[in-house]
Design a protein around this ligand. Structure first.
Ligand code: NAD
Ligand code: TDX
Length: 331
C-alpha cells in the first residue's frame, strides 16, 4: 500500500512513521511536510533511507493533486497545532487546517483515494470539572479557540465530502498526546526541558484544568486499527482514560525529576482556557478491539523524561525560540 502521511515531521506524525516502519514494513511511505517551526527533520533521520520526503504545503493545490494521485491512502496529520499560537496569530491555522484540508479533500475526491483525517477532542469544547459525562462521537461540536474551531471546520468539511461526494474517509478525534519528539512549546515537554535547564515549571492559572492524557504510540496504533478495521464514513474517539489535572502532572514530573513539590510557579492563564476534556472511546474499542498499552502515566512520563534528557540537541534551539514567544505572551 502506498501511503501519503501529511505532517510526518511533527510530533505525532513522526512517531507514526517510525512505528509504521516496524509494524507495517510493507507500507510505502511518502511524507509531505512544509517544515514549519513545529517540525523537526531529525525526527525522521532513522528512517530517511526508507521513506520519500517531500517538503511542501498541503495548501498547494498542484502538489497535493500530484501526491494524492500517486498514493492509495492519505493519513492527514498536518496542522497548526498550538492553542497559544492560535490566540496570537490565527491566520496560519485557517490556511493549513481549513484550506489545506479542503485541498486534500478535493484531490481525494478527484482521484478516488482513501483518507484518514486526524483530529482532536478539542472540537467538542470543554466539560465542567464535576460533569460525570465524557465526549462521545455524538457530542455536538462546540470549539473554543481559533485552533479548535479550525479543526472543527476541517472535521465538518470531511463529513460533508463523505455525505455529498461519497469519498471513502474515516475521522478520529484524540485527547492530549505525550511522548518523545513533542515540540517544547507544549505543556509536558516545556516543563521537562525547563527542569533540565534549571527553570521552574509554569502553571497556567489555578492548574485545575484537566486533560485526558494518552501515549502517542497508543494514539498511532488506534489510527492503524481504524484504517484496517474501522467503518468508512465513521468518526472514532481515541482516549486512554488518562484524566489528570495540570497540577497533578507537574507534581509527578517534579517527583520523577527529584525536585521539591512546591518548585513551580503560576503564570498568566490562557484566554478562554478549556477546563476539562474527557474521552469515551468505547466505540473504537468495541469495533476494532484496540486497547491502550501505556496505561501507567508514571512510567510513560519517566520514559519521556529520559528521552528529553538523552536528546538535548533535538530540542535546544527550539526551546530558546519557544521561550521567547512565551516571554512576549507573558506566560
Ligand atoms: P505538530 O505541530 O507537532 O506537527 C504538525 C506538523 O504539520 C509539523 O511537522 C508541521 O511542519 C506540519 N505542517 C504544518 N502546516 C503544514 C502545511 N501547511 N503543509 C504541510 N505540513 C504542515 O502537531 P502534532 O501534535 O503532531 O499534531 C498532529 C495532528 O494531530 C494535528 O492534526 C493535531 O490537530 C492532531 N492532534 C494532536 C494532539 C496532541 O495532543 N498533540 C491531540 C489530538 C489531535
Ligand atoms: O506552560 C504551560 N503551562 C500550562 O499550565 C503550557 C504550555 C500549558 N499549560 C496548560 C494548558 C493546558 O491546560 O497545560 C494544558 C496542556 O496544554 P498544551 O500542551 O498547550 O495542550 P492543549 O492546549 O490541551 O492542546 C493539546 O491537546 C489537544 C495539543 O496542543 C493540541 O494540538 C491537541 O489538539
Amino acid at each position: 500500500m502506498r501511503v501519503l502521511v501529511t505532517g510526518g515531521a511533527g510530533f505525532i506524525g513522526s512517531n507514526f512513521v517510525l512505528r509504521i516502519r516496524q509494524t507495517r514494513p510493507d507500507w510505502q511511505i511518502t511524507v509531505l511536510d512544509s517544515l514549519t517551526y513545529a517540525a523537526n527533520a531529525d525526527s525522521l533521520a532513522p528512517v530517511a533511507d526508507e521513506i520519500e520526503f517531500v517538503q511542501g504545503s498541503i495548501a498547494d493545490e498542484v502538489l497535493i493533486d500530484r501526491l494524492v494521485a500517486a498514493n492509495d491512502l492519505v493519513i492527514h496529520f498536518a496542522a497548526e497545532s498550538h492553542n497559544d499560537n492560535s490566540l496570537d496569530n490565527p491566520y496560519p491555522f485557517v490556511e493549513t487546517n481549513v484550506i489545506g484540508t479542503f485541498r486534500i479533500l478535493e484531490a481525494v475526491r478527484k482521484h478516488g483515494k482513501r483518507l484518514h483525517h486526524i483530529s482532536t477532542d478539542e472540537v467538542y469544547g470543554d466539560l465542567e470539572l464535576d460533569d460525570p459525562g465524557r465526549f462521545s462521537e455524538t457530542t455536538p461540536l462546540n470549539p473554543s479557540s481559533p485552533y479548535s474551531s479550525t479543526k472543527a471546520s476541517a472535521d465538518l468539511l470531511v463529513r460533508a465530502w463523505i455525505r455529498s461526494f461519497d469519498i471513502t474517509a474515516t475521522l478520529s478525534n484524540c485527547s492530549n498526546n505525550y511522548g518523545p519528539r513533542q515540540h517544547v512549546e507544549k505543556f509536558i515537554p516545556r516543563q521537562i526541558t525547563g527542569v533540565l535547564q534549571g527553570v521552574k515549571p509554569k502553571l497556567y492559572g489555578s492548574g485545575e484544568n484537566v486533560r485526558d492524557w494518552i501515549h502517542v504510540d497508543d494514539h498511532n496504533d488506534a489510527v492503524v486499527s481504524i484504517i484496517e478495521d474501522g467503518r468508512p464514513g465513521e468518526t472514532y474517539l481515541i482516549g486512554a482514560d488518562g484524566e489528570q489535572n495540570n497540577r497533578e502532572i507537574i507534581a509527578l514530573l517534579l517527583e520523577l525529576m527529584g525536585k521539591p513539590a512546591d518548585w513551580f510557579e503560576h503564570v498568566n492563564d490562557r484566554p478562554g482556557h478549556d477546563l476539562r476534556y474527557a474521552i469515551d472511546s468505547s466505540k473504537l474499542r468495541a469495533e476494532t478491539g484496540w486497547l491502550p498499552r501505556y496505561s501507567d502515566i508514571r512510567s510513560g512520563l519517566q520514559a519521556t523524561i529520559d528521552w528529553y534528557a538523552a536528546n538535548p540537541t533535538w530540542w535546544t534551539s527550539s526551546k530558546e525560540a519557544a521561550e521567547q514567544v512565551y516571554t512576549r505572551l507573558g506566560r
